[in-house]
Design a protein around this ligand. Sequence first.
Ligand code: BGC
Length: 753
Amino acid sequence: MNPRHVSYAFCGVTAGLLLGGAIALAAPAKQDHRAPTAAPWQNRDLLPDERAKLVVAAMTEDEKFAWLSGPMAIPIKDGQVLPDGALGSAAYYPGIPRLGIPAQQQSDASLGIGNAGGVRPGDNATALPSSLILGASFDPQMARETGALVGREARAKGFNVQLAGGANIIREPRGGRNFEYISEDPLLTGVIAGQSVAGVQSQGVVSTVKHFAVNPQETGRVLVSSDIATGALHESDLLAFRIAIDIGKPGAVMPGYNLVNGHWASENAYLINTVLKGEWNYPGWVMSDWGATHSTVKAALAGLDVQSGANIDPEPFFGMPLRKAVEQGHVPQSRIDDMVRRQLRSLFAVGAIDHPATPGAAIDYSAHRLLAQRAAERGIVLLKNEGPILPAAKGAKRLLVIGRHADVGVLSGGGSSSVSPVGSLSVDGAEVMGLPMAKVYHPSSPLNAIRAESNAAEVLFDDGIDRAEAVAKARRADLVFVFAEEWRTEGQDRQHLNLPDDQDSLIDAVATANPKTVVIIESGGAVAMPWLNKVPAVLAAFYPGSGGAEAIAGILFGRVNPSGHLPVTFPASEDQLPHPEQRDPATTTSNPGMPIKGGVFHVNYDVEGSDVGYRWFSRQKLTPLFPFGHGLSYTSFELSDLVTKVQDGDVVASVTVRNIGERAGADVPQLYVDLPGPSGFAPRLAGFERVELAPGESRRVEMKVDPRLLARFDADRRRWVVAKGKYNVRAASSATALGIAANVELLGRIMQP
Ligand code: BGC
């Protein structure tokens, strides 16, 4: 038997990963940002906070205010120019050479280094698979490695702050930005986001976590108030952020565009001052989203430290108005110093000041593309495989690939997180923030990858536009692969879960013509599948990134054994959702910097509270199309001997997982716990571990449960309460699988927030 493994059920047990793989930061090559004479803050033995305080004491007011608000460092209107020294990216704050402090060059995002509007002509970047795929991999180590990839590319391009770390819980399955987020579960989201942030920062680049908090929809995104009771807020969205912050130690936090309980997130004193900086003792800085600052005094006193994208706000709130507010005594000078100190301490903490990033370093794009492919291979989910029809036999006579641009590339999501590696195909998408947002296909051709992987005599292609033609070709093929696509973008929710552009009826017609039809869905989240009974196999590929087609083809033809598990529930219908109706975007559309149509409106998340996704389905006794955690393999696994114990007050569960099939593969045993209580408490994911096993091999997996996952948050007394009682623990292969069960008796426990 293999040695025991501790899982990522508990945020305190990740030190091993955090220590592994730290980079050797290169010494500054081109620019020397050190102060001319040895300044006290250059003493690397001092703590980041001490060093930051010393710098602040030496700064002039002008220097301080230059770091409190800044424009987008992308010319978005004719005649605008880049600020001197800016590389061209989301933001730039000037350095202070006399103090040895480098400029801040901030870039988007979690999925790779963006290049909005081609502001850096010809600049290449690796496109990672969407964060949903990282969630689906249930693989903290992969999150760490792909985070480090982003950090490496950022640093090599001269960026020292990466606007990464999407850690929102997916509450709205039609949400436009779901592909930037990880899952509907606080533990999975927190662990993966935290490791990804730690990966970015391991390269000497600050990462944010965003968009703090409860930011599930884009419809009316600067006007929508996410209303939710305090207890449920802490047990769901805030818990995900808390876990991510504990693990990743992000240098900065970005509040969302939305309001939370009636106050914009960027000036929400409860979220920022009471919880984040107060109870959680968060030491870093809070930067607004771009065009999401709405006031001077209220925001400054609520804890906002920086007004980002100030040129798209109606006023330079943190510029002259803030200076005046200080002069008039509405905002204390100590708050200004605190705003700057927090930025400096985070930059010191990751090494961004001692080892400034300089543009022009070499990037190993081949190695990075391979890593992106590996991440996709681990996260793509095999949803259905009757027959089993997959893996497909090699050497067929005639294969057919159908899909709009499946000859050229794989789809990606739109918005600020968009990454366009050289060779990407851009077609018309939507208008986002008043700017045209292209629909980008990453240069990884499914047709070519299937040709390479299948060894078939003939692989035909059809774009699916001429329905009759596609159906006729399907009739003559041995096997058909339909690449269905569903594009999502920042700034715009999907209105329904159905595939757009009549693709549902296309799939239906093709599957009627040839029952050997395999559907590969490239989507930004859950989609409906009215044709599901007609096709033997379905793959959820989400947006698979730079090596996406190779990963898909590897799974289709068996080079790769699929191991992804759904990070979100796929509903059987929209009627099952806590919020079946979507708002009509035409009545509420608003974007930062755009005229606001209509006023603030409210979405009541108390309907589901902290029972998001699979918990809601369980509470309402609803059967989804595919449950959270579901994912098939080409081998089979068996769970046995679930044992629970209480160790120092914590629940520790161990289970044996065995590969009982004939090929090597990875399983993800999941631990679900039912809370005792009067009624209706839904099960919660309390632990998971990805385990690679050879045929016949077994391993004992140990999962230590974060007690907050067993607790309710008592909003009045500001504490977590684990109730005394008997807890039902289940080790299973999905949120709805029976798995194997055990009980554990707890005495009850109270914890600080
Ligand atoms: C997005 C942020 C992004 C920022 C800067 C905003 O539209 O919401 O996630 O970091 O733009 O590009």
